[in-house]
Structures are given as C-alpha cells and as structure tokens.
Design a protein around this ligand. Structure first.
Ligand SMILES: Cc1cc2nc3c(=O)[nH]c(=O)nc-3n(C[C@H](O)[C@H](O)[C@H](O)COP(=O)(O)OP(=O)(O)OC[C@H]3O[C@@H](n4cnc5c(N)ncnc54)[C@H](O)[C@@H]3O)c2cc1C
Length: 532
C-alpha cells in the first residue's frame, strides 16, 4: 500500500546503517527522533465536507486526507505532524470525458474549486487545496489509466492521462516499445502530471523531455473540449501544446495524450568515472554534451555528493576502498563521480563507449567500469525511500533544481551551495548540502541540489528552517538568471519567483490564457500564477 505520510510503497524500507547516522551527526548534529502523528489521529481532524452529494464524489475523511498534500517538504511537515490546515472537500474518480465534463459543471454550480490530481508526487505544492470560503474538489485521474491506441506505423501511443510510469511502460514493453520517461517519481507519477508539470526523466538526453514526446491530446476545459492533433511538425501558428505543457491544472483537465514511442533498445549500460575536482568534471561533461555522441545520461556529482551518496548508501567499505584507490591514483582530495548511460544498438554502443571513454580520459577522467553505474541503475527508484528513514531518524531532506547556460554553471552552483550552507547560521543550525548536474544540453545543464537539516520538535520551527533555505536558494537562482525550475514546475512554492523569469508581458499573457479558458477561476487557484 502507498505510504500516506511519506514516499512510496510502505512495504519498502530503506535501511540506513548506523554509520550513515553517525556521518550526519558529525555533519549537522545529533537529533533525538520523536514520533509522528498517526493516521487515526490526523483523520480525526478532517472537518465535515462542504460539498453536496454527487455520484462520482467520495467525501469520506480517509479519501480526503489521502489527497490533502503532495511530496514537498512543507507537505511532509504537515502530514507527519498532523497539522494539515486544509483538506479537499471531496475526491472524484472520473472514468471518461463525460464524467470530467459533469464534474466541471457540478463545480460551477456548487461554486467549488477543482484540483486535477495525477499521482500526487508534486514537490512544489501543486495539488494542495488552499484556504478558501469555497469548497475544493480533487479530481483523481487514476481510473483513467488505459492504453487507447498504438499506431505502430507512426510510433504513436495514446494513453489515458492517469496512467502511471510502470503501467505505461508495461503496456508498451509487451508490444516491443518504450517511452523511456523515467523521473525518479516514476513508480507513482502519471502521464497527465508529467505534461502538466513539464517533467524531465533521468534519461531525457536520449528519450527526450516531455515536450519532445507529447505529440497531442485531449483536455476538458471549463469552456469546452480542446483536442490537439498529433502532427509530426507544423508551421500553423503558435503550438498550442506548449500552452498545455506546464499548465499545472489551470487550463483544463488532460484526459488523454498521444506520445511518441520508440522500439525497445537492444542494450542499455551505465558506467562510472571520477574526476579530480568539480571544475574539471564540469568542463569534461560539457565537452561530451557538445560532442553529439549518442549517450542516454550524464550525471556529475560534486565532491560532497560523491561522498554523501556512498556513505548514506551504506557503502562504507566501498568508500574507504575508493578513497584509497583514488588517492593512490591522484584523485583523492575532491573526487567527483560521473555516472553515464549508453543506450541503443549493440554495435553503435561499443563505438560510443570507446569514443566517450577517450573524450572523458582526455579531459582528466578516471574510468572505473560498470559496477558503480549498475549500482546506480538498480537503486534509481529506491533512493527516494531514504527520505522516510532519514525523517524517522530526525533529519529532513529536500531538493531543488535550476538550469543555466554552461557559462554560468560553475558560478551558479557555487552560489546556491553557499547560500544553503549559510542559510541556517543565524538559527545556529547547519545544513548538509550537495549537488549534481542532472541533465545536460548543448548550451547548458541543470543543477540539482539536495539539502539535509535537522528537524525540530516544533513543526513550525522545521518549516522555518526549510523556508530560510528555500528562499536563500531561490533568490540566488533568480539573481544568477537561472530558471526557477528545470523539472519540478512552479506550484505554490516557486510562484513568487516566476515573474522575474517571464517578465510583465509574459505573466499577463499567461494570465490572459487562463482567464479565457477558465473565466470563473474553477481550476487549481493559486498555483503557477500565485494569484491568491
Ligand atoms: C521522490 C520524487 C522524485 C521526483 N523526481 C522527479 C524527476 O526526476 N523529474 C521530474 O520531472 N519530476 C520529479 N518529481 C516531481 C513530480 O514527480 C513531477 O512533477 C511529476 O510530473 C508529477 O506528476 P503527478 O502525476 O504525480 O502529478 P501531481 O503531483 O498529481 O500533479 C502535479 C500538477 O499537475 C496537474 N495535473 C496532474 N494530472 C493532470 C491532468 N490529467 N490534467 C491536468 N492537470 C494535471 C495537477 O493539477 C498539478 O498541478 C519527483 C517527485 C518526487 C516526490
């Protein structure tokens, strides 16, 4: 069963060795862990629903609690402490377009807000109901989860929008195809959610970001249906798909989408390499990203992340062996680990491996083969479970991300790390901060930062620590001209930082489209545009 107040399937536990806790104690201090509120306790705080009965709407407290919050750090604080300010008044599970239309009609009549809900994996407050005199209805898309059509001639698959990553890939795999969109939340996030948040998968370098594979689809908007035909290319004016991508449930409910799929690759391999320092590593991966070699992934960790990842994975022996080995080879002081993936035909992969290896070596890399790369592959969807264990040991973890052009990667990453490292000084607390470059482009890269800090006994104090850190990092990103989000979207947490990126005219364009499609403001108020 899915965990109600944390990440993932509650049968899966990430075992953290004692050495990992000791490592954190040394880095940021000891914590005396304290228990969370129980499901039963929190359930008793759900107020009466303000919605009139409707055959598609479930108003039981349990359903409403399970849809109250997503996966951001403030969401975790609320769920774990039981201090949840607002719950949806009901949850509906539509099974077709007609149901969605009837829910939109109902919302209009009931003067209610609607929140489209995919997998609820948002990390920036997308699916949270906000305080309002009007009731909120969450529209859970999970019953719209089928493959509708596979056009093998055109390699276009049409799925209902509530399909999750594993179900989608399973349907394609049976027929010899793959989408290859693997965000770390893949187990639970949905096709509609990926589109609505402009999601990016770990191997988007090869399989494409959502804007590359989203070919068309269907939305139910408050003013009527909108169908986007899948066209290989078009010069017929602005592309309407671009308005739907990243629309965060504000413009309509996506009920199905047509996606570009590929045949299952013959082979896929992951390898690792080390660099002496961050700057050398960054320059080397830029050279690879600009070489047009057909890789599927490049992920370069800074020295702190290299060490922390291995320590928290309980690989103490590996760390000490690696440190000794790397030290002997002159890579010991500030080693940075690169994981890179190759995907495709066996013959091409062999040549690519040789070419990438030569290029990396010429730029100072020490190639260490497949073992670490394979370890990464095996744990790629398991690592987020560590958040649960860390929380239970008294530590809060969050991540943030941006993308900048290559000319600013080093300065921006340094500035974000410094802002976070200093962020809690006046509260007399420390944060453990580390980063990697997660997605590479010819012109730039995304910087993905993780920060760990101590929880306080008072949830308000934990939230304050997070707010300090988040604000310090977000302001630094804006100052350095980075995007406020490379892949997580805007939601509520990034909404204050959107205007500097889009500009006054840009913001008014977004608001005008929203106003035209949703004149009564039914859909997901406050998200993306920060309008309440
Ligand atoms: C552990 C973890 C790892 C993550 N890793 C990644 C990653 O690698 N890459 C990445 O891009 N993101 C990642 N995320 C963030 C998150 O998974 C993505 O934003 C994802 O795309 C959200 O999909 P969802 O189906 O869960 O949408 P939800 O969280 O349910 O909703 C997100 C937004 O989309 C809207 N929405 C959802 N479905 C529809 C629909 N059918 N029609 C209209 N609007 C809709 C909602 O209203 C909301 O505004 C991660 C999150 C977690 C918790």
């Amino acid at each position: 069963m899915r965990r109600w107040n944390g990440w993932g399937d509650d049968a899966k536990i990430y075992p953290l060795p004692a050495s990992a806790t000791q490592y954190l104690e040394r880095a940021i201090g000891e914590v005396d862990p304290f228990p969370d509120a129980s499901f039963k306790q929190v359930l008793s705080t759900v107020p009466a629903s303000r919605l009139a009965p409707h055959p598609l709407i479930n108003t039981t407290p349990a359903e409403r609690l399970l849809h109250a919050r997503g996966q951001s750090l403030p969401d975790w604080v609320a769920l774990r402490s039981g201090q949840i300010e607002v719950f949806p008044d009901g949850v509906a599970y539509p099974t077709n377009d007609e149901d969605v239309r009837s829910l939109l009609k109902y919302a209009r009549q009931a003067d209610a807000h609607l929140i489209p809900y995919g997998g609820g994996t948002s990390v920036v407050g997308h699916i949270n109901p906000l305080p309002s005199d009007q009731p909120t209805l969450t529209v859970d898309m999970s019953h719209l989860n089928k493959l509708i059509d596979l056009d093998e001639t055109s390699r276009l698959a049409t799925f209902e929008a509530g399909v999750t990553g594993p179900s989608l890939e399973e349907e394609l795999r049976k027929r010899g195809y793959i989408l290859g969109h693997f965000p770390q939340s893949w187990e639970f996030s949905t096709l509609g959610g990926w589109i609505a948040t402009r999601s990016s998968g770990q191997q988007s370098y090869y399989y494409g970001r959502v804007e590359d594979f989203f070919a068309g689809g269907h939305l139910e908007t408050p003013i009527g249906p909108l169908t986007l035909p899948p066209l290989p290319a078009s010069a017929a004016g602005p592309d309407l798909r671009e308005m739907i991508l990243g629309s965060e449930g504000r413009l309509g409910i996506i009920t199905r989408a047509t996606i570009r799929v590929q045949s299952t690759p013959e082979v896929e391999r992951f390898y690792a390499a080390f660099f002496r320092d961050w700057e050398t590593g960054v320059k080397a991966v830029r050279a690879v990203a600009q070489s047009d070699l057909p890789l599927s992934m490049l992920r370069l960790s800074n020295p702190q992340e290299t060490e922390t990842t291995l320590m928290l994975a309980g690989r103490e022996r590996l760390v000490s062996l690696a440190e000794r080995g790397l030290g002997l080879l002159g890579y010991g002081d500030e080693p940075c680990m690169l994981i890179y993936g190759l995907t495709g035909f066996r013959g091409i992969l062999a040549i690519t491996r040789w070419r990438v290896g030569a290029l990396l070596r010429s730029r100072g890399a020490l190639l260490v083969g497949k073992t670490i790369g394979e370890m990464w592959r095996k744990s790629r969807f398991y690592t987020p479970y560590m958040r649960n264990t860390l929380w239970e040991r008294g530590y809060a973890v969050d991540t943030l991300e941006t993308a900048v052009s290559w000319a600013s990667v080093l300065s921006t990453s340094e500035a974000i790390l410094a802002a976070l490292q200093d962020g809690l000084k006046d509260l007399d607390e420390r944060a453990l901060v580390f980063a990697h470059l997660s997605h590479m482009y010819r012109d730039g890269a995304s910087i993905y930062v993780t920060f760990i800090f101590r929880r306080a006994t008072d949830p308000g104090e934990t939230l304050l620590r997070w707010q300090r850190l988040k604000m310090a990092a977000s302001e630094t990103i804006v100052r350095h001209g980075g995007t406020i989000s490379h892949q997580h979207g805007v939601g509520t947490d990034h909404a204050p930082y959107l205007a500097p990126e889009k500009g006054e005219v840009g913001m008014s364009m977004l608001e005008a489209v929203r106003q035209r499609l949703d004149p009564e403001g039914l859909l997901n108020p406050g998200k993306l545009l920060g309008d309440i």
